[in-house]
Design a protein around this ligand. Structure first.
Ligand code: IVH
Length: 688
């Protein structure tokens, strides 16, 4: 390895790290995605060529690890305390009186001279994490657990892009402990629940449950897809005495300074903090954020009030459970009663029927709510919902509120039990209720509701990004029979569009142009736009990275698709089956005919043999390989079409041999089985 390589690796890391910080922490991108991807791939390539150059803080190490079978318990160096709650000003004042009393007892007079101001922070509704940095490098991430012992979830924490893997400090202290809140934005939370609803999985009740559930996911690749975020709020510098330190910063004396220092270190710190000289300002902050928080992209359920002075904090200390120097001033639970006037049933693009309660409008969490989801058939029967019932609705973060429970004692005499329809409300065809699933589904492929949903999805911003195709236009196009499939979009002309009611020539021209433009959208977006179950934009990216064109993907077996990094068996089945349906095959043909992009530019089409060089071959692995773990080698072989078995026989084509190979090597030699070293194995793949 030349010094140039080392230098380049370092340079790439710096550039990638700066770009990722600008994007995820500062929310101010400085690099094109494509440039980022190119540099990232270059770094990945260099690191696989020279694995000895890999360091734990390299940007490639964020999603590098395999699923674990369980997490290990770790005792926190400093316990993660919880917070005492206050629900109104009276309780807040009592808290102030308590800590002031706490100060004047004992020998705490000295601390009493410190300024008694407060820092107000938003209480983020997520899951607390303790992060450890040794000599500036991230080494461990642990959940709160019971506050004394948590679970080591380091590989998952590494996937959170707003957490630095290396502190932005020139001369970092030997040990830095950071605490903060891992959370999901409301948009991501909604998307996760929507996907879970489609897959008949139990929904997360709120973003907090979703965040802690995600953090405890055993597969870091799934965690990475869930896009967790993190706000830091506590800083501990345990191994620093008060003496001389050769540090690039001065030791913080207040919580405010800690927050600023955390920001300097590269963390995302919530910008909506405020220094308050007295409880009057605290109250003002609390009131302002009660309405303002509706506009935040994440959920907050209160305000955390902390004494600013660290020396005051120290003198006050902790009770069994709480710090005496902080309190959570909570907002009232966002649940209100209202009356169900009727229930409508919506049909989504997957054909799933969703019952929706139409409500007597009511104020909830700052907005007027007149509809609430009832999720599915099982939920409806659990609730025993009658039309006319008084129900409790809740906005747990999701944009569409939900019905939490029914108050049967308030049920009027005439109330009628709601039952899911036996026929699709959109097309009138009988619906199906797959056994063991909560979902009720319309399976009529020409159901207009499914078509409308597919069109909206196809044109959406993350898919083909055809601006101007909204609910209304889709409704018109489907109802007048102008469009029967997404492929029909490409046959639209200005004349045809102008025949629609209230569609002028100008907007028609614009639309035709936008449709034309969409032909340039990359293959990953087209794949996503097809609306195959389980193929969101992340999975579409993964699939198109592996399959350079649609033909390769269409001819792959479910097992081959499953071999793609990050693609599980359920997704693979869904993709495989989708492409087996003749109607879908002709859709692809039509879209290809229309000129949409179904291959990745610059990547040559590959033949079957090139794609799956190991097809039909059986491998056995023995001994310790120099860089690949056993499972990794196995995955790699399978990905390229090969089969891996445990014992050598006459049917074995290759034995991959590592150090300390045992009897398998002897047997292979006696049978004349071809031997491969790890590098020979990799070469066989690279040659493709
Ligand atoms: S300070 C000893 N600050 O709220 C200090 N906590 O109900 C304890 N939380 O477990 C935490 N935002 O998970 C603090 N700005 C913030 C917070 C915050 C959210 C969470 C944290 C804690 C829980 C207590």
């Amino acid at each position: 390895m030349t010094p140039e390589v080392q230098q380049r690796v370092q340079q790439l890391r710096q550039k990638l790290q700066a770009a990722s910080y600008a994007y995820y922490v500062l929310d101010n991108p400085i690099m094109e995605d494509t440039v980022y991807d190119r540099l990232y791939r270059e770094l990945q390539d260099l690191e696989s060529q020279y694995p000895q150059l890999i360091t734990p803080e390299s940007p490639t190490q964020r999603v590098g690890e395999k699923p674990s079978s369980q997490f290990t318990s770790v005792k926190h160096n400093i316990p993660l305390y919880s917070l005492e709650n206050a629900f109104n000003l009276e309780e807040l004042t009592k808290w102030q009186e308590r800590w002031e009393r706490g100060l004047i007892t004992g020998d705490r007079e000295q601390a009493f001279t410190s300024a008694k101001e407060y820092v107000c922070e938003l209480k983020i509704d997520g899951s607390a994490l303790a992060l450890t940095y040794e000599n500036g490098v991230f080494v461990r991430g642990v959940t709160r657990g019971d506050g004394v012992t948590g679970e080591d979830i380091t590989p998952n924490v590494k996937t959170i892009r707003s957490i630095p893997l290396k502190l932005h400090l020139d001369n970092p202290p030997p040990l830095v402990e950071v605490r903060g809140e891992a959370f999901l934005s409301l948009a991501v939370f909604d998307a996760i629940n929507q996907e879970r609803a489609e897959n008949n999985e139990q929904l997360f009740a709120n973003p907090r449950n979703a965040a802690s559930g995600t953090l405890r996911q055993l597969d870091p690749r799934i965690v990475a897809q869930r896009r967790l975020d993190f706000f830091a709020y506590t800083l501990h510098l345990p191994e620093l005495g008060t003496g001389e330190n050769n540090l690039a910063f001065s030791l913080p004396k207040t919580q405010w300074e800690c927050l600023e220092l955390l920001q300097t270190m590269g963390f995302k710190v919530n910008p909506n903090r405020k220094l308050c000289p007295s409880l009057r300002e605290v109250e003002e902050y609390y009131q302002i954020w009660d309405t303002q928080r509706q506009n935040l992209p994440y959920m907050t359920d209160g305000v955390v009030v902390k004494l600013n002075s660290l020396s005051l904090q120290e003198s006050l200390g902790f009770t069994q459970k709480f710090p005496r120097w902080a309190v959570a001033l909570k907002y009232a639970a966002e649940e209100v009663p209202t009356i169900v006037e009727s229930v409508t049933v919506q049909v989504g693009r997957t054909g799933a029927l969703t019952p929706v309660a139409e409500l007597k409008p009511v104020q909830l969490a700052g907005t007027t709510v007149s509809r609430a989801t009832l999720h599915n058939r099982d939920r409806v029967s659990e609730l025993d919902l009658h039309i006319g019932d008084t129900v409790i609705v809740r906005k747990a973060g999701e944009i569409i509120p939900e019905v939490v429970r029914v108050l049967p004692e308030l049920r009027p005499n005439h109330a009628k039990l709601f039952e899911m329809p036996s026929h699709c409300p959109e097309c009138g065809e009988p619906v199906v209720r797959p056994t063991g699933e909560a979902v009720t589904r319309c399976i009529n492929t020409s159901c207009p509701a499914i078509l409308k949903g597919s069109l909206i999805h196809f044109c959406s911003r993350e898919a083909l990004d055809i601006n101007g195709v909204g609910e209304k236009l889709v409704q018109q196009m489907v109802e007048t029979g102008l469009v029967h499939s997404v492929a029909d979009l490409y046959d639209l002309t200005v004349e045809k569009l102008c025949q629609l009611e209230r569609r002028g020539e100008k907007s028609a021209k614009k639309l035709v142009k936008a449709i034309e433009e969409s032909k340039k959208q990359p293959w990953a977006r087209v794949l996503y736009g097809l609306g195959i179950r389980h193929v969101g934009n992340v999975n579409a990216q993964l699939l198109t990275q592996r399959f350079a064109n649609v033909k390769e993907l269409m001819s792959a077996s479910a097992a081959i698709i499953e071999g793609v990094y990050g693609i599980g068996p359920e997704i693979a089945q869904s993709v495989y089956q989708w492409f087996q349906v003749p109607a879908n095959q002709s859709l692809i043909e039509r879209l290809q005919g229309a000129g949409l992009t179904f291959n990745e530019e610059g990547r040559e089409k590959k033949t079957e043999g090139e794609l799956f060089p190991f097809a039909g071959k059986t491998f056995v692995i023995t001994g310790t390989l120099p860089t690949l773990k056993r499972d990794e080698a196995k995955e790699l072989i399978q990905k390229y079409g090969g089969k891996v078995t445990n014992s050598v026989s006459a049917k074995t084509d290759y034995l991959v041999v590592g150090e300390d190979a045992g009897s398998k090597l002897d047997k292979a030699q006696s049978l004349g089985v071809a031997l491969l070293s790890e590098s020979q194995l990799l070469e066989m793949i690279d040659g493709t």
